[in-house]
Design a protein around this ligand. Structure first.
Ligand code: SAM
Length: 274
């Protein structure tokens, strides 16, 4: 099968397939991290923005947003959604391994394990360098990944997703030797009779390797949190968030504030079933 992911076919059903993804909770968590780091952000760079779900959340709150993705199909959906809400978002089609922007941003984000799609550590180092160059001094880069242990524990098998106007056959495969989670998608569009196939691959990395790659890109202060907590992540967690600062050291550790945020997010996690 051709190694092509995020064609227009999948882009057209992506938001429906991902209908239960808690983007609003992710957004609230990002805002909580910004508060913890005392960062006043105005300009946000959403890397691998996809159909723009995070970009739109920031833009609705009057942030100045630029979204980058290599899939023209995903960007088309994102642009359409922004037009419908009359939100001005700058969407750019580019590969994260090679993008360059003149503008400097306060905050760069990349969510929903998009960076697991970068299959070689050497390529990830290029991505990190490009992100570093896009941030202003004192700026922050926040991204999430699926851990290697999470990817390797996915149950192989096939799921059928039935939408109003599509059927999607989703096959999970785990390649332990290559540390890859692979997904074969077969998409039937009931309205047009079209049929498409896609192949997705996510690579699992160890925290130490990602930290090393961030340091090589000159990020200074790097924290890794278990998702929706302010607790240091381990390789045994599922989704983890990296927070890396450009030319800025975090202010002194604030254990009381950290405990308060952990308590608040413990309740949020419970309420949202996360
Ligand atoms: C799981 S989707 C996440 C999209 C979006 N961040 C969200 O939260 O819905 C992964 C996205 O990463 C993009 N992507 C993967 N590799 C990329 C690369 N090398 N350069 C740019 N975009 C990439 C895909 O096109 C896709 O839109």
């Amino acid at each position: 099968m051709k190694n092509k992911a995020y064609t227009s076919s999948f882009a057209s059903i992506y938001d429906d397939v991902m209908g239960t993804v808690p983007y609003q909770v992710w957004y609230d968590y990002l805002k909580e991290i910004l508060d913890y780091y005392q960062l006043e952000a105005r300009k946000v760079l959403d890397l691998a923005c996809g159909t723009g779900n995070m970009s739109l959340l920031f833009a609705r709150d009057n942030y100045q947003v630029t979204g980058v993705d290599r899939s023209s199909g995903m960007l088309e959906v994102a642009k359409q959604k922004a037009r419908e809400e009359e939100l001005e978002i700058n969407f750019i089609e580019a590969d994260l391994c090679s993008f360059q922007l003149e503008e400097k941003f306060d905050l760069a984000i990349s969510l929903f394990d998009s960076l697991n799609y970068i299959l070689q550590l050497e390529d990830l180092k290029k991505v990190f360098k490009n992100v570093f160059d896009s941030l202003r001094d004192g700026g922050i880069f926040i991204f999430d990944v699926n851990t290697l242990s999470r990817l390797m524990s996915i149950e192989p098998g096939t799921t059928i997703l039935n939408g109003e106007d599509y059927t999607c056959i989703w096959e999970d495969i785990v390649n332990e030797e290559k540390k890859l989670w692979q997904v074969k998608l077969k998409i039937y569009h009931k309205d047009t009779g079209e049929y498409h196939e896609e192949f997705h691959q996510e690579k699992g990395y160890k925290i130490a390797d990602l930290k090393g790659a961030l340091k090589e890109a000159e990020f200074e202060d790097i924290a890794v949190f278990n998702a929706y907590t302010f607790t240091e992540a381990t390789d045994n967690d599922n989704r983890i968030y990296f927070v890396a600062l450009k030319n800025r050291k975090r202010s002194a550790e604030r254990p009381v504030l950290r405990s308060v945020k952990n308590l608040k997010w413990g309740i949020k996690r419970f309420i949202n079933g996360l």
